[in-house]
Structures are given as structure tokens and as C-alpha cells.
Design a protein around this ligand. Structure first.
Ligand SMILES: Cc1cc2nc3c(=O)[nH]c(=O)nc-3n(C[C@H](O)[C@H](O)[C@H](O)COP(=O)(O)OP(=O)(O)OC[C@H]3O[C@@H](n4cnc5c(N)ncnc54)[C@H](O)[C@@H]3O)c2cc1C
Length: 369
């Protein structure tokens, strides 16, 4: 079976790898360099807490693959199952956490509830005013710079052809499949996987499928390095979006943070999201509530990345509703990093066997009709 994968972010590279592993002949076409879209900009959170419940089977599948990534890809992509803590500062947050924990349990996600005493003992320095927290011990983080190149390299070793810096000029259906004309030549295949991230809705529209997607950029920052003290990824349960921050300390000591500030607008052409320094004070106030020590630390860089947000904040995953042989995996609405390996494996399964063991119906493209 021949498959062209359009887009070389985490979704495209993971799909290319798993397709090649299943024996498909794969050509991945990326107009820039591998992994330089939303993927490289990611905070790197491998988090299941708070996910839309029907997404949890895919998230569990993906977490298992993150755990196997080093062996599978032959490279340490810095997946660390450090645990994910979400601090709670008021009764509204506590009620939301308990309701979510109860609803998520039948979906296979067990959250521990921590009391203030346990938070102080296990995670000194975090949220001194917190009244409770949820803790998910098997979640963690990975390195957003490493994962897509690692999948692409592993796909290449299994025979996939990875074409970078190819400007796509035409995407069309032919009698027997699809034809993609690019600045690096024309390629044909029986199947086409649209993994074009924030640009995926444009590809879908070529086939008469309209997805309400807006490109925006979450804003990230990183501090100077400090002694390594904060192990888990840290977030919050709150109804006040001005306090909806998250952080993690990388092993080199820098604290990476995001959230709280409104996402910046991003233009799909050229597709760069630029952080707004005026949003940094709001972010830092929210981060300081989680980790007061950050007040004395210098922020050395801020950045953003162009991500596709679908109106219902869920991705589009599955087969096309209009065109046989066409598949979609795009619009990950700010939470695709965790899902990437699972999406790749599920898409490869769907394309090569016609079905996926993980239910994908909640993400069907025709849900907007
Ligand atoms: C700042 C930021 C922080 C984030 N933090 C997290 C997090 O902590 N946890 C989490 O789970 N998720 C997070 N996300 C979301 C996550 O990073 C994305 O959902 C995920 O990386 C999307 O991967 P992708 O492959 O779909 O898209 P991308 O990585 O954007 O890849 C799409 C690729 O398609 C290419 N392309 C587009 N059009 C064409 C075309 N016509 N021809 C050829 N190539 C094309 C692009 O150049 C791009 O390389 C974050 C996102 C951002 C921006």
C-alpha cells in the first residue's frame, strides 16, 4: 500500500513510522523542516488529567507508546514519567477536580487527591496556599525538540521517504488515488493522510470538508537555570483563566511555563505566532502562585507556535467523509503532544486494516455537518 503523509510534525512523523512498520510504502512531505510547526513550540506536557473523556482511550494508548519511545526509536526523547500535579486553591477548583476524577475513573484514569500536608511533604516549594491537589503518577513530559525528528529518522530506517522543504503546489484526486505536485517533484499514492496541523483545514477544504478551525499561539516562557528541585509537571484546577498557568523544571534546571495569558493570534501565512511581552506579567503572577520562588528568577526567553484550534476544542482524526483513501489527523487544539504517538499508531492501523482498536468516532470530520 502507498501512502503520502502531508505534514512532518509529531502527527505526520509518528504516522509515517507506524505505517512503515506495518509495511506500507510511505512518503512524508513537509514544506519546512521536520518538527518545526506547533510540535517544537510545545510545552512538552504528557498529561491525561482534564482531557475530554472520550479522548482517554487514545491518551492511554499514547502514554504506553511514550514509555516505549526510547527503545522503539533508538533515541532518548526525554520522556520522564515524573507525575503530574494540579494544585487547588479554592472550593470551586476542588469540586471540579473531584467531579472529573469520578467521571474519569471508568475511563481508566485514577487521580490521587492530596491534602496540603502531603503536598508540602512530597513537593516542597509548590503552592504553599494550596488546599488540595490532584496527582497522576504515570504522566510526565517529553522533549518537543526531539520527538518528531526521532520518529522521522526511525521511519526512514524502515524505508519511508522523508521529503523536507518541498512547497506543495497541488493536491488532487486522480482515478487511482492522489497526486501531490511539489517543488521537489510530483508524487502519487493510493492514500493520503492530512497531518498538516493548523493548516489541515485548508487541505480538508480542497475535498469539500469544512472544519471551523482558528490558528492561535499559546504563549510560553523559560527562566534561567536553577538547582533541580521540581520533579512533576505542575498545573492548577481553577475557574479563573487568569490563574490557569502550568510549569515544569527541565533536568538542566530551567523552568518552562505557560498558560494564564490569552493565546496570541496567528496568521497561517507565514504561520508564525509571536509572543506578546505585555502578557508576561499576568502569566508570571499565576506561575508564582504555583511556585513562589519564581519571583526571584530571570525569564530568558518567550515563544509561541502556530496551533490549530477547532471550535469544539477537539481534533479531527479519522477517514474523510467525502473522499475514499483520504484520512485526517489535524487541529489538535493545544493538546496534541501527549496524543501524538497514539494518533500515529491508530492512523497506521486505520489506513492499513480499515479499522482502529481505539475508538475515534468522537473526532470524525463530519461532526460539524
Ligand atoms: C506553544 C505550544 C505549547 C503546547 N503545549 C502542549 C503540551 O504541553 N501538551 C500537549 O499535549 N500539547 C501541547 N501543544 C499542542 C501540540 O504541540 C500540538 O497539538 C501538536 O504538536 C500538533 O502536531 P501536528 O503534527 O498536528 O502539527 P505541527 O507540528 O504544526 O505539524 C504540521 C506540519 O505540517 C506542515 N504543513 C502544513 N501545511 C503543509 C502543506 N501544504 N504541505 C506540506 N507540509 C505542510 C507544517 O509545516 C508543519 O510542520 C502545544 C502547542 C503549542 C503551539
Amino acid at each position: 500500500m502507498d501512502v503520502i503523509v502531508l505534514g512532518g510534525g509529531l502527527m505526520g512523523t509518528a504516522s509515517a513510522y507506524f505505517l512503515a512498520r506495518r509495511g506500507a510504502r510511505v512518503k512524508l512531505i513537509e514544506r519546512n523542516r521536520i518538527g518545526t510547526g506547533a510540535t517544537v513550540a510545545s510545552f512538552g506536557n504528557i498529561r491525561r488529567t482534564g482531557r475530554h473523556l472520550p479522548q482517554l482511550p487514545l491518551a492511554h494508548r499514547s502514554l504506553r507508546l511514550w514509555g516505549e519511545a526510547e527503545k522503539m526509536l533508538g533515541r532518548d526523547v526525554e520522556f520522564r514519567a515524573t507525575g503530574h500535579i494540579r494544585l487547588i486553591f479554592d472550593q470551586g477548583g476542588l469540586a471540579d477536580m473531584r467531579a472529573y476524577a469520578e467521571a474519569a475513573r471508568p475511563w481508566g484514569l485514577e487521580l490521587q487527591e492530596l491534602e496540603p500536608r502531603e503536598i508540602r511533604a512530597r513537593f516542597p516549594g509548590l503552592g504553599p496556599e494550596a488546599v488540595a491537589a490532584s496527582f497522576s503518577p504515570h504522566d510526565g513530559s517529553g522533549n518537543p525538540r526531539l520527538i518528531a525528528p526521532a520518529f522521522a529518522e526511525a521511519a526512514r530506517r524502515r524505508g519511508a521517504d522523508i521529503v523536507e522543504e518541498a512547497q506543495v503546489e497541488k493536491v488532487e484526486r486522480t482515478g487511482s488515488g492522489f497526486l501531490i505536485a511539489t517543488s521537489k517533484g510530483s508524487f502519487g499514492a493510493a492514500c493520503l493522510l492530512n497531518a498538516a496541523g493548523a493548516w489541515g483545514a485548508r487541505i480538508a477544504a480542497l475535498f469539500g470538508e469544512h472544519v471551523p478551525l482558528e490558528a492561535r499561539g499559546p504563549q510560553m516562557g523559560v527562566t534561567e537555570p536553577l538547582p533541580h528541585r521540581v520533579l512533576p509537571v505542575v498545573g492548577i484546577w481553577t475557574r479563573d483563566k487568569d490563574y490557569g498557568a502550568y510549569l515544569r523544571q527541565v533536568e538542566r534546571g530551567n523552568i518552562v511555563f505557560g498558560g494564564a495569558a490569552e493565546r496570541v493570534a496567528a496568521n497561517l501565512d507565514p504561520g508564525h505566532a509571536v509572543p506578546d511581552p505585555m502578557r508576561l506579567p499576568v502569566q508570571l503572577r499565576a506561575v508564582a502562585r504555583l511556585l513562589p520562588a519564581i519571583a526571584n528568577v530571570a525569564v530568558i526567553r518567550t515563544w509561541s507556535g502556530c496551533e490549530g484550534y477547532v471550535r469544539d476544542m477537539l481534533p479531527v482524526i479519522g477517514r474523510s467523509a467525502t473522499t475514499p483513501g483520504l484520512f485526517h489527523a489535524f487541529g489538535f487544539s493545544g493538546h496534541g503532544f501527549q496524543l501524538g504517538p497514539g494518533v500515529g499508531e491508530a492512523m497506521a492501523e486505520l489506513i492499513t486494516t480499515g479499522r482502529s482498536e481505539t475508538p475515534l468516532e468522537a473526532f470524525a470530520i463530519d461532526r460539524f455537518n
